[in-house]
Write a protein that binds this ligand. Structure first.
Ligand code: NDP
Length: 424
């Protein structure tokens, strides 16, 4: 099904997630005969293209682009004429790339919803403050900015597929798959993200540090009975025994797929998201927050403007460099309760991914792997027309079956446990 489209994909960004997505596209050359790799630092695209030379039938070109500039992205799209753009740069670039796709008439795919780089920008702040007041959750990222493009993409006959990483991405597909095959009605969803990997550093993040630390240090929130409930950051803790990983502490976070699932599945009474963290990670994060290192507000330092969290990023290990050091497994999935044929039912759909196996296959750790594979799958399904319809959509809004088949085929096999432990 995913074969023979003869299409060209422009990939923007060339970091940890992009490296996996690109290598997976190259394993699936029939779906991706031509790739253009473009990023702020072209040397990274060139190095990856060189590494793939002779190992794939996919033809690869490279280019430089600053994707904060709509004009630069438009110029690039007009020059290379792709059928779709896969944005695996940062969430800061989402809107500029969507604008460029609309101007040029090409489909758009990403893995993370929009958030602004400068959270002090008064124009953004005014919209944000209104949303916090009306919706009740205060994380910096939300879907409203990208959902606002719905009419424009629909009128243009273009598809924007948002958030096709693991979480969001696969987790939302797990919910739509559960609804299609296991439930007449879903009552609750607990999304559990467990990284049982150990990289040996006292402190490092497993994807972009700036985005990761913003996410974890934000107040937690969950959806219950038609509204958001917000709680202080990492204040709700649970312990869960993850298959193939073991018992871990996990903490409730705000996460973007809750927003999409609450909108598209109004029957679901409660949706929560938990992520595992060790005590050392949390202690480091608290300390960095207390001294102001997580701040996004620029400060003057010896005549220069410095954004503390960006300076911190420069000090921390590059997530892409964790691959050779990380041992252990991830287990990410959804515990879902509901009713089938009048009987109450609970399932846990999950994937287990081994850091060392990912490194052996693609030179990457499992977090980049579990995000990059679904990015390739989403792009393939949009390109071949299986998941193509006009408008802006998250992954829970399409037929889950082809996506689930591709997860099995391309390195992220999943399991359905029909007698799992639930989360208190
Ligand atoms: P990295 O920091 O490793 O890579 C980001 C890449 O984007 C770098 O190549 C960087 O270029 C490039 N970039 C940054 N700014 C620009 C710009 N203005 N113009 C062009 N290129 C730019 O990040 P990750 O690979 O860890 O994460 C990529 C995305 O994946 C993020 O949006 C993240 O939120 C998302 N993600 C999603 C997950 C999910 O499950 N849904 C999980 C993990 C991540 P340079 O090399 O010059 O710095």
């Amino acid at each position: 099904m995913e074969n023979g489209t003869g299409k060209k994909l422009l990939v923007i960004g060339c970091g940890g997630v992009a490296s996996v997505a690109i290598q997976k596209c190259c394993q699936n050359s029939e779906a991706f005969p031509t790739l253009v790799l473009a990023s702020r630092t072209k040397a990274k695209c060139d190095a990856l293209a060189e590494q793939l030379k002779g190992k794939t039938k996919t033809e690869i070109f490279t280019a430089q682009v600053d994707a904060d500039s709509v004009d630069e992205v438009v110029e690039l799209i007009r020059r290379v004429k792709p059928d779709a753009v896969l944005n695996v740069a940062l969430p800061y670039q989402d809107l500029a790339i969507m604008d460029a796709c609309l101007i040029c008439g090409v489909d758009y795919i990403d893995t993370a919803n929009y958030e602004p780089e400068d959270t002090e920008d008064p124009a953004w702040r005014a919209v944000y403050d209104k949303r916090v007041e009306e919706e009740g959750f205060s994380a910096y990222f939300d879907y409203s900015w990208q959902w606002a493009y719905q009419e424009r993409f629909e009128k243009a006959g273009l598809t924007a597929l948002l958030g096709t990483g693991f979480d969001p991405g696969v987790t939302s597909v797990f919910v739509s798959y559960a609804k299609k095959h296991y439930f007449d009605r879903i009552d609750s969803v607990d999304i559990l993200d467990c990284n049982g990997g150990d990289h040996g550093y006292p402190f490092a993040t497993n994807f972009n540090p700036e985005i990761n630390l913003r996410e974890v240090s934000a107040p937690g929130s969950y959806w219950e009975n038609g509204k958001w409930v917000e709680v202080p950051a990492v204040s709700i803790k649970r312990v869960y025994d993850f298959p193939e990983v073991g018992t871990k502490d996990m903490y409730l976070l705000h996460h973007e797929e809750i927003e999409a699932l609450a909108k598209h599945y109004p029957e679901i009474k409660r949706i929560r998201f938990f992520m595992t963290f060790g005590q050392s990670y949390l202690t480091h994060m608290k300390c960095l927050e207390n001294v102001g290192m997580l701040s996004t507000v620029p400060i003057d330092f010896q005549g220069q403007k410095i954004v503390p969290i960006q300076f911190l990023k420069a000090l921390l290990p590059d997530p892409a460099s964790l691959g050779p050091r990380t041992k252990g497994k991830t287990n990410i999935g959804c515990v879902i309760t509901g009713v089938k044929d009048g009987k109450e039912k609970t399932i846990f759909i999950y994937n287990v991914c081994d850091h060392e196996e990912c490194y052996r296959e693609l030179g990457s750790q499992a977090i980049s792997y579990t995000t990059g594979v679904p990015a390739m799958i989403g792009a393939a399904l949009v390109l071949n027309g299986t998941w193509k319809k006009p408008g802006v959509f998250t992954t829970d809004e399409f037929d889950p079956d082809p996506y689930m088949d591709m997860l099995n085929k391309w390195g992220l096999p999943w399991v359905v446990d029909e007698h799992p432990v639930t989360v208190e």
